[in-house]
Design a protein around this ligand. Structure first.
Ligand SMILES: [Zn+2]
Length: 246
């Protein structure tokens, strides 16, 4: 077996060392391989992590894929992680995950010969894409939706409107909760955005930070490692996470 090291920017293995054992090739015949096979550090087993934020749309077993997980991302593209070890899968359908969330452990289940990860990327019509540019960070799973969300937030906070969040945007943010600014125009944009990310419990975007809003914010805070209090402030990390600032 020939093994090639890939210098990955957006890892799918926890130890961030990726060795390619079988390449992606789509030829429309039996030699087609619509993903990349990888092994980890020291050519061994590693934990499998989400390449980017998204919603788990599949977490189950199939005779070909073994134990596998599919994540739908913001741009509706799907990343797929196959052949994981039985009993190691840590996510279920409907879970919201962030980049780096551990999905399970590399394994040898399904149609597999030796423990490895088969990593695949599909577009919104389920057509396989070459995963390499995604691993190298040359393509991503963002959509225009995020840029529009940021522009709307900037506009309603009287910040400079360019769709790119930065310290200036953050400095203009205000506290939003069921008690503070509960009908501020920014509430509606947050409702629409979080609904699109899979926080469906937020309900319809009525522009009012009510109990559903608080519940969804708490869920977002939990997923993103923030203090879970349902209150969005400049000082807590919630605004930073909403704006994807670190
Ligand atoms: Zn494969």
């Amino acid at each position: 077996m020939s093994v090639k090291y890939i210098d990955v920017k957006e890892p799918v293995l926890k130890n961030k060392e990726h060795y390619l054992t079988s390449d992606y090739k789509v030829r429309g015949d039996r030699s087609t391989h619509n993903g990349m096979d990888m092994i980890g550090k020291n050519h061994g087993i590693d934990e499998v992590i989400a390449i980017y934020d998204g919603v788990v749309i599949t977490s189950k077993y199939s005779t070909s894929a073994g134990y596998y997980v599919e994540i739908e991302h913001e741009n509706k593209y799907i990343s797929r992680y196959l052949h994981m070890k039985k009993g190691t899968i840590k996510v279920k359908k409907g879970d919201i995950v962030t980049k780096g969330t551990i999905l399970g452990t590399m394994g040898n289940t399904g149609n597999s010969h030796g423990a490895h990860l088969h990593f695949a990327v599909y577009d919104n019509k389920r057509i396989p894409q070459d995963p390499l540019p995604y691993l190298l960070g040359n393509l991503n799973f963002n959509s225009d939706y995020f840029r529009i969300f940021v522009s709307n937030i900037q506009s309603s906070l009287n910040a400079k409107v360019d769709g790119i969040p930065g310290p200036e945007t953050l400095s203009k943010t205000i506290t939003i909760s069921a008690k503070t600014n509960r009908k501020h125009p920014v509430v509606k944009f947050i409702q629409e955005y979080l609904f699109n990310l899979g926080y469906t419990e937020i309900g319809t975007a009525d522009g009012i930070a009510g109990p559903k809003f608080t519940k969804a914010i708490k869920h977002f805070q939990k997923v993103n490692g923030c203090v879970v209090d349902g209150i969005i402030t400049k000082k807590n990390k919630t605004w930073k996470k909403l704006l994807k600032l670190n």
